[in-house]
Design a protein around this ligand. Structure first.
Ligand code: ZN
Ligand code: ZN
Length: 290
């Protein structure tokens, strides 16, 4: 399946508030998004389409045509207050999840025959996005940071082998990084909060796990890395094992940037049945942090 994606931008204000909840409940679930006059973002929308390639043009759809269709939809949102100036968020909280689902309902039916909307991803900020593909579930992702020292050293190898393999990363006293981890959760959008997971709950859950690593030396202070080298691969598996049970089945994807150039991804343990062993699938790539 070939897909094509075009990026769009719009700027809008919004506010999270439910009249049928107490002030305390609003503030507990929505935090500072409850402030009375709202706040705003530069939203970035990635529109991904799929369909048969037109044999004459070699395209699913002329990008200029896609641009015209989506821009017409976004006119209603750009430079507006989503609660006050659009009809969509009178009863619905304009969370990233709800906005992306509303946009799906507006964009999908406008596409010409033979062209299908595959996915919409809406960035509220560089490190917070929601994705929707028309199904019952939405995906919500947020990035967090921690800073830690570590040393790459495999106990199974000799000192000379460690030095040859890891080079400067084997420095006995260690070195360190600002790590960024993007946590993606998926599930139905809660009808009342408009969220896949209440953001304060996600923040508290992730921070509790990351704070154990933040401003520490991984190999010397975290028992999980006493016997296994603190590679990006091992760190991302450690984070998955810590986060998955706390997020009660909603964790879908982790991305870990060790530096701006080294990035690791993990979608949880995949058991490959070979009759003998289990293998853990980790994707390791280089990627710039968005
Ligand atoms: Zn906001
Ligand atoms: Zn390192």
């Amino acid at each position: 399946m070939v897909t094509a994606t075009r990026r769009f931008e719009f700027s809008a204000a919004h506010r999270y508030w439910r009249d049928d909840w107490s002030t305390e409940e609003n503030e507990r679930v929505f935090g500072r998004c409850t402030r009375p006059y709202g706040h705003g973002h530069n939203y970035t929308l990635d529109v991904t389409i799929t369909g048969q390639l037109d044999p004459r043009t070699g395209m699913i759809l002329n990008m200029r045509e896609l641009k015209a269709i989506v821009s017409e939809v976004l006119e209603e949102f750009d430079h507006k207050h989503l609660n006050e100036d659009t009809p969509y968020f009178r009863a619905l909280i304009p969370t990233t999840e709800n906005i992306v689902r509303v946009l799906w309902g507006l964009i999908a039916p406008r596409l010409p025959t033979g062209v299908r909307l595959a996915r919409l991803r809406l960035y509220e900020t560089n490190d917070l996005w929601a994705e929707y593909d028309g199904a019952d579930e939405a995906t919500f992702a947020r990035a967090y940071s921690f800073s830690a020292a570590h040393r790459l050293h495999a106990p199974a190898l000799t000192d000379a082998e460690n030095q040859a393999l890891y080079g400067p990363c084997n420095n006995p006293n260690g070195h360190g990084h600002n790590y960024t981890v993007e946590v993606s959760v998926a599930g139905p959008i809660d009808a009342e909060s408009g969220m896949v997971i209440a953001m304060p709950d996600l923040d508290a859950t992730v921070r509790a796990v990351l704070d154990r690593l933040d401003y520490h030396h991984l190999d010397r202070e975290i028992p999980a890395f006493a016997e296994r080298p603190s590679t990006g691969e091992h760190i991302i598996v450690y984070l998955w094992d810590e986060l998955a049970p706390r997020l009660e089945g909603r964790l879908r994807h982790l991305k870990l940037w060790e530096t701006g150039r080294n990035m690791f991804e993990y979608t949880g343990p995949a058991t490959v049945v070979t009759g003998r062993s289990e293998r853990t699938d980790i994707h390791h790539g280089t990627h710039d942090y968005p």
